[in-house]
Design a protein around this ligand. Structure first.
Ligand code: COA
Length: 342
């Protein structure tokens, strides 16, 4: 007689129960960026929509910012940290590869022995994490899952590079995903296109950067700290044309039309990309659109939960509203979904 495995059983549906963010205290206005690159406040504002960004100080580590943001999300969700059965940290800028920063964050929050791991999905990291968390809650491997998007992109910014020096910012955003009586997370439309891996990438791998014997001898080639580089126009075109289609698929998968949305929260990459997507999606003018990029810059994995928290805080969207979220970036990778706001 063959034995039968008892299957795991989870909640029928999941939703976001709480969201929280952390913004570093140091504000970098465009005027400061002009000390590094030949540009102008007007050029930066019209080409990117960014007026200022925040850069983390030495005390505002990836772990510290994450713990602060997660604490707010846990409080909003009204749960105890020990109820969290999974901690997913999406980041591309935690510079210590091993161990995952998620375990330290889980321990500091008091999540007991919850599985904790990092994922690398750049600006789609929050959506990737959300998809995993939704599956874990509904699959029965966790009751509540903490998803964090956190970046210190200032550590990977070449301040002399005119095409990126003004774009990136630091911060953390977190969400608690848990069981729900009604569907609160639509099917996540996620994917990748490795044929465009070079479009946004680190200038050189760490082993290349540090394998320069002359630099060790102090004789020749200088060790150059890796930074993020991107082909701005290629990213721009891809984001506007291909990502609008992905956003449409997420709406369709959720059975929602644009006029039923209470908010559109795209990755905060560039204001012109946001405006172009709004147009392509034919979003009704009364649907509020996240424009956090003006004050926060591009914080990659952190941008969607940061923008979500801010819209709720400012009353631009309210709990229970349906929001379309979409992240896209280095990989290239993308993830979009319709969610109910906490
Ligand atoms: C980066 C980005 C703002 C640059 O804008 P762009 O219009 O593509 O700029 P280009 O590189 O074509 O340069 C246009 C002109 O501006 C100049 N320029 C470039 N960077 C500049 C800067 N920082 N300040 C002033 N002028 C600048 C160029 O020299 C060029 O001048 P020219 O026309 O006299 O030759 C834009 O490509 C973009 O937003 N891309 C998407 C990037 C993004 O969002 N990435 C995040 C993905 S997650």
């Amino acid at each position: 007689m063959s034995a039968t495995i008892k299957p795991a059983t989870g909640a029928q549906y999941s939703r976001i129960h709480g969201v929280g963010g952390y913004r570093p205290t140091r504000v970098i206005p465009n005027s400061e960026v002009l000390n590094w690159i030949d540009s102008s406040d007007e050029w930066i504002r019209t080409r990117s929509g960014i007026a200022e960004r925040r850069w983390a100080g030495p005390e505002e580590s990836v772990a510290e910012m994450s713990v602060q943001a997660a604490g707010k999300a846990v409080a909003m969700a009204g749960i105890r940290p020990e109820q969290i059965g999974g901690v997913i940290v999406a980041t591309v800028s935690h510079l210590k590869q091993t161990p995952a920063i998620a375990t330290e964050i889980a321990q500091r929050l008091g999540c007991g022995t919850a599985p904790a791991f990092d994922i690398s999905a750049a600006c789609a990291g929050f959506g990737y994490g959300l998809s995993l968390a939704d599956g874990m809650v509904r699959g029965g491997s966790a009751e509540y899952v903490l998803v964090i998007g956190v970046e210190r992109l200032s550590d990977l910014t070449d301040v002399t590079d005119r095409s990126t020096a003004f774009i990136f910012g630091d911060g953390a955003g977190a969400a608690i995903v848990g069981p729900s009586d009604t569907p609160g997370i639509g099917r996540v439309i996620w994917g990748s296109d490795g044929s465009q891996a070079d479009v946004i990438s680190q200038t050189q791998a760490w082993d290349t950067a540090f394998a320069k014997p002359d630099a060790v001898n102090g004789a020749g080639e200088e060790i150059k700290w890796p930074a993020l580089r991107m082909e701005g126009q290629t990213v721009f075109r891809w984001a506007v044309y291909d990502m609008a289609k992905v956003a449409e698929q997420a709406l369709e998968a959720a059975g929602i039309t644009a006029d039923q949305l209470g908010a559109f929260i795209p990755h905060q990459a560039n204001m012109r990309i946001i405006d172009a997507m709004v147009k392509k999606l034919d979003l009704p003018p009364n649907v509020p659109v996240a424009r956090d990029i003006a004050e926060t810059g591009n914080t990659s994995a952190a941008s969607i939960p940061l923008a979500m928290e801010r819209m709720l805080e400012r009353g631009e969207a309210k709990s229970g509203d349906l929001a379309l979220i979409i992240g896209f970036g280095a990989g290239l990778v993308y993830a979009a979904a319709v969610v109910t706001l906490p």
